[in-house]
Design a binder for this molecule. Structure first.
Ligand code: C2E
Ligand code: MG
Ligand code: MG
Ligand code: MG
Length: 291
């Protein structure tokens, strides 16, 4: 009997595996067609500049969404699949073009200083002609290079080759800024902060989460903020959800922040709507939050 039960379990296990693999394959083939089917959309999350206890909208980060089976699927569920199949190169280029065009339209309708932040995959940077594609997109969309930030991760820096380093340098030479995303979660050597042409350090939200309650998180976040400041990098705190965290950032003179406290990622239409009326002072969109 025990043997039979074992057998059945084994059979079940196999079926489980098969369906997981099958689902993965299905997901892969659906994703491969998603671009042509116009199933990708972008949402935009405000990045705020903190000034005297007030938050001003400084930029937006474009975040990819996949409209599939009647729901909006987030990138955690599919970016790695797109990276494996290299499909991320085409999708990433679409994201870049779409985000630059959208932010340019917002600039032309009053938000002249708004900047656009876009996440980049190593696969995109490994393309020999990435810099030409980037120049073409800036030309097409008319977004000034100084209004674009490209976000890369520590993992990307660690996998770098001389070619990738050269591309990063060319990007910086264009006047496009580079941000190190999720800083503190990878195993990036601190020396890289000087070796690569970086402009912005984004402190990962796992550190920000505990700054109000947990002494260790506060100490680490403070150290990262100071490190960035001493290297003349602009520091952006990610994942700010509570007023206490914002108060901490102000004490530490961290100048930029992003998180649900200010706004969740919004569709372009919703972002425009929520800032159009009551949130405008001197032509600048304001976020109704203060510490
Ligand atoms: P990320 O670049 O670090 O983006 C921030 C993520 O944190 C977003 O999740 C955002 O919705 C979430 N977030 C923002 N504020 C808060 C907060 O206060 N609390 C919490 N708990 N979460 C917050 P999302 O949109 O699911 O994106 C996840 C990751 O997927 C991104 O992390 C980025 O690494 C990647 N990604 C998104 N879009 C793209 C893309 O177009 N290309 C590439 N290569 N990667 C992308
Ligand atoms: Mg990012
Ligand atoms: Mg991030
Ligand atoms: Mg993050």
């Amino acid at each position: 009997r025990a043997k039979d039960a074992g057998k059945n379990q084994f059979a079940l296990y196999c079926e489980g595996l098969q369906s997981t693999a099958q689902r993965q394959l299905e997901l892969q083939s659906n994703l491969a067609q998603a671009l042509e089917r116009n199933e990708f959309t972008l949402c935009y999350q405000p990045i705020c500049r903190l000034v005297d206890g007030q938050a001003h909208l400084a930029g937006v980060e474009a975040l990819l969404r996949w409209q599939h089976d009647g729901r909006s699927v987030g990138p955690q569920e599919f970016i790695s699949i797109l990276e494996e199949s290299r499909e991320i190169v085409r999708v990433g280029e679409w994201v870049l073009r779409e985000a630059c065009a959208q932010v340019r339209r917002w600039q032309q309708t009053g938000q002249a200083q708004l900047y656009c932040s876009v996440n980049l995959s190593i696969r995109q940077l490994q393309q020999a002609d990435f810099i030409h594609r980037l120049i073409a997109i800036l030309g097409e969309t008319q977004l000034p290079a100084s209004s674009l930030v490209l976000e890369i991760t520590e993992t990307l820096l660690m996998q770098h080759s001389d070619a990738v380093l050269a591309t990063l340098q060319e990007i910086a030479n264009l006047g496009v800024r580079l941000a190190l995303d999720d800083f503190g979660t990878g195993y990036c050597s601190l020396g890289y902060l000087k070796q690569f042409p970086l402009h912005i350090l984004k402190v990962d939200r796992s550190f920000i989460a505990g700054v109000a309650e947990d002494a260790d998180s506060a100490v680490i976040s403070r150290a990262i903020i100071r490190l960035g400041q001493s290297l003349d990098l602009t520091v952006v705190a990610e994942g700010v959800e509570e007023p206490k965290q914002l108060a901490f950032l102000e004490t530490e003179h961290c100048q930029y922040a992003q998180g649900y406290l200010f706004s969740r990622p919004l569709s372009a239409v919703d972002l425009r709507r929520s800032f159009r009326n009551d949130h405008c002072v001197d032509g600048l969109w304001q976020l109704a939050v203060s510490a």
